[in-house]
Design a protein around this ligand. Structure first.
Ligand SMILES: Cc1cc2nc3c(=O)[nH]c(=O)nc-3n(C[C@H](O)[C@H](O)[C@H](O)COP(=O)(O)OP(=O)(O)OC[C@H]3O[C@@H](n4cnc5c(N)ncnc54)[C@H](O)[C@@H]3O)c2cc1C
Ligand code: SF4
Length: 515
């Protein structure tokens, strides 16, 4: 043994990232509390690479501080670096170097980061470093990169539905032997009702900030006061225990109607029957599989119908795992894609909510207040508008990455670049999610209070989504004309009298000129 081995005693430095707040995280599972040192650090580089929402930063810092306290209580040696520590180097690799200068280690162990950017930074650091870096697979995900690669290999189209069926078989979730529970894989035709009047809407539990959270809120106010978003009132759970309570509340109160009203929107109602669990799952406070098992149990115990349980489980073991697979298979470069060559800058109202479009104002203002909007607001309101208006998808991507508490590039980018902006040219979705005001009117009550008229197709008071929808199709005809799912729309356009077409294009131009 060399003197340096004696000094390090084979000790490992275990780096735990801000979205790896789980006692089951691979790097901790392999570690020894009596020998290894855990490093957790709040660093400017991670908090500032986009202008993250204040609530998102506060959630992560507070959850990190709580998790570090729990690990210490469990007997781990935790080195926790606060953002305002005067010696804080500002980067994770800087903090690794600082810690190992004081406490020599034989290796650095980390669970694979969720973002390509950070994974590369750590790998670059390791190449230049004299200690090895071990990067372990993130076992919280059900589908490893290799497994996704096996599934994707040789397929012409990577459709989520087929991937999802394999995940159902592999997890056994809602399976009756080899067959799906209820005889069908997907019950979506029973879902997606518009919200009716008189629904009783549950609210996610509101956790009061404790001393640790209050301290973090003050820090965020002073250091990130210029970032987007309302900081207080702050009600997110920041511990696993409280996140589990949110899961229980969802299973009892919202899940039974989750499927029915999954796509509905109501003025002033921010959560409807959604779980509001994504930021807890993505940060590690809840495990995706345990969430699905809890929902499956609700079905078997008769507390939730099959369309709700199946629809929810599909979002997690289907969509969530699938988008992660798409991200890693296509990075680097995925976030730069711009199939439709859209170049318009993101309009200012994405930050201020200052627009007469009632649906957009509602989605942006609740995003500002809660760092949350549900799927249909993200996809069919803010996402749809950006795509129809030809906004640069990279700017759209950076907006989504900044403003939601659950946003990490591995999940946000495929949803934005792929699903919502069609900037990947159809790798993820079989057609652009483009819709006129009619869809929003059907699924929400926003139009009733809007200064625009959803039934007017052109002219000054017409709902801007209406002319923009046609302008989008016409503008991108060369790229979209062969999509079988758009054939009907193009033939409707072609049958329209030319003066009518001109009215649409003229109205669209006026909307775009005002952005
Ligand atoms: C443009 C756009 C951007 C998005 N950005 C993000 C993001 O940054 N982070 C993120 O976690 N989700 C993102 N999504 C997916 C989805 O909108 C959110 O997961 C969901 O709104 C979170 O709210 P919830 O927990 O109440 O979800 P619920 O409606 O209750 O759904 C249950 C769970 O399913 C998972 N889920 C549902 N849909 C998806 C999906 N398309 N992709 C991945 N997981 C899904 C989430 O874990 C969610 O908690 C985005 C969707 C779109 C259209
Ligand atoms: S009229 Fe158009 S802009 Fe106004 S709320 Fe309806 S869809 Fe949105």
């Amino acid at each position: 043994m060399t003197s340096s081995d004696e000094q390090t005693g084979e000790r490992s430095l275990i780096l735990i990232l801000g979205d790896q707040l789980s006692r089951n995280i691979a790097a901790l599972k392999r570690a020894d509390p009596d020998r290894d040192i855990v490093l957790m650090a709040e660093v400017a580089e991670e908090a500032g690479y986009v202008q993250h929402h204040k609530k998102k930063i506060a959630f992560l810092f507070s959850a990190m501080r709580h998790f570090a306290t729990e690990l210490k209580e469990d007997g781990w040696q935790v080195h926790y670096v606060r953002l305002d520590d005067p010696d804080n180097s500002g980067s994770l690799t800087g903090e690794i170097d600082r810690l190992r200068a004081a406490h020599p280690v034989a290796r650095v162990v980390v669970t694979e980061p969720g973002e390509y950017r950070l994974k590369s930074a750590l790998q670059d650091w390791a190449e230049a470093s004299d200690v090895p870096l071990e990067m372990l697979q993130d076992s919280r995900f059900l589908c490893s990169h290799e497994r996704f690669g096996e599934w994707a290999e040789g397929r012409k189209q990577l459709r989520m539905e087929y991937f999802y069926r394999e995940m159902r078989r592999e997890t056994g979730l809602l399976m009756d032997g080899d067959e799906p529970e209820g005889g069908k894989w997907n019950f979506d035709h029973e879902n997606r009702k518009p919200a009716e009047d008189g629904l009783t809407l549950p609210e996610p539990p509101q956790t009061s900030p404790d001393e640790i959270t209050e301290e973090v809120l003050d820090l965020v106010e002073s250091q990130f006061g210029d970032h987007f978003g309302t900081l207080r009132p702050f009600w997110f759970a920041v511990t696993r225990e409280d996140a589990l309570a949110s899961l229980e509340r969802f299973a009892a109160e919202a899940l039974p109607h989750f499927g029915d009203y999954q796509d509905a929107m109501l003025e002033g109602e921010r959560f409807l029957y959604h779980s509001v669990l994504s930021h807890y799952i993505n940060a590690g406070l809840l495990e995706p599989l345990e969430v699905c098992r809890r929902v499956e149990r609700a079905y078997y115990e008769g507390d939730a119908p099959l369309n709700a349980a199946e629809g929810f489980i599909r979002q997690i073991i289907g969509w969530r795992e699938y988008v992660r697979g798409i991200y890693w298979r296509n990075m680097p470069g995925y976030t730069e894609q711009n199939f439709l060559e859209a170049t318009r800058p993101l309009p200012g109202f994405y930050w201020t909510a200052d627009t007469d479009m009632a649906c957009v104002a509602a989605a942006v203002s609740q995003t500002r207040d809660e760092a949350y909007a549900h799927h249909i607001q993200r996809l069919m309101v803010t996402g749809n508008f950006a795509m129809l208006a030809g906004i640069d998808p990279h700017q759209v991507h950076e907006w989504y990455l900044a403003v939601y508490a659950d946003a990490y590039e591995w999940v946000e980018a495929p949803n934005v670049i792929g699903m919502s902006q069609y900037a990947d040219g159809g790798l993820l979705g079989s057609k652009p999610y483009a819709a006129s005001g009619n869809y929003i009117n059907k699924m929400s009550d926003h139009c009733a209070g809007c200064r625009y008229s959803v039934t007017k197709k052109t002219g000054e008071d017409a709902c801007p989504f209406n002319p923009l929808y046609w302008d989008f199709l016409v503008r991108n005809r060369d790229k979209l004309r062969n999509n079988p799912r758009l054939k009907r729309a193009y033939s409707t356009w072609d049958r329209m009298p030319e003066p009518r077409q001109e009215e649409y294009l003229d109205s669209a131009r006026k909307v775009l000129d005002q952005l």
